[in-house]
Design a binder for this molecule. Structure first.
Ligand code: NAP
Length: 183
């Protein structure tokens, strides 16, 4: 699959590495922006408060299948939107999903180690299911469906609870491996 990642840091760069290893062709886009018109799937992995600015610098988004991995740390979604994912859809009018926002990038190099495949939540449009579930599996996760795009806000707002599980030391070891400043 031809994939464009917008944000080439821990998440965008890390997933790009995993997807390239799985045989995909990945274009990496940073702050300078770029063109995604050739991509069959687009991952957005920029700081949550930079999403509007980031998408302004990207051409060819119309109709694209987009996976939004952003989190809202101390910021709100753009005005008028319940979630960053719904803001993304307003810019693309294409299949949109929220995924990869609740698993730590630091664990990407260890996804093959546990005895059972780690899960990764996604919520979003039915039309995005094929792409999202394939790219979850190709990264090393078992995708878990969390409902339609109207549930993306709940998935974005789950982050403090995720931290609480992490800090309580009760979650699977994957969630103990990154300090909060990496989300
Ligand atoms: N780290 C994690 O474990 C983790 C896990 C799940 C979700 N998240 C979420 O995923 C997103 C990315 O996190 P990260 O850890 O990958 O961040 P990061 O390593 O700091 O990378 C951020 C990327 O976003 C780009 N960027 C920053 N400001 C931008 C702007 N105004 N316009 C366009 N691009 C911009 C940067 O571009 P340049 O390359 O040009 O500098 C960089 O490639 C965040 O929303 C974070 O909350 C993080």
């Amino acid at each position: 699959m031809k994939i464009a990642v917008v944000g080439r840091g821990n998440v965008g760069g890390g997933l790009a590495d995993l997807w390239e290893r799985a045989g995909h062709e990945v274009t990496r886009i940073g702050k300078d922006g770029g063109d995604v018109s050739q991509a069959e799937a687009v991952l957005v992995a920029v700081p949550g408060g930079a999403i509007a600015d980031a998408l302004e610098r990207v051409q060819g988004l119309e109709g694209k299948t987009v996976i939004d991995a952003t989190n809202l740390v101390g910021v709100e979604p753009p005005s008028g939107f319940a979630s960053n994912a719904e803001f993304v859809k307003s810019k693309t009018n294409g299949p949109t999903a929220k995924s990869f926002n609740l698993n730590f990038a630091r664990s990407y190099g260890r996804l093959g180690e546990p005895k059972s495949t780690p899960s990764n939540l996604w919520s979003g449009d039915e039309e995005a299911r094929g792409v999202v579930e394939q790219l979850n599996r190709d990264a090393g996760y078992e995708p878990v469906y969390a409902g339609g795009l109207e549930n993306a806000a709940a998935q974005e707002n789950a982050l403090p609870f995720w931290f609480a599980i992490n800090q309580a030391g009760l979650g699977p070891f994957f969630y103990r491996m990154a300090p909060p400043d990496e989300l």
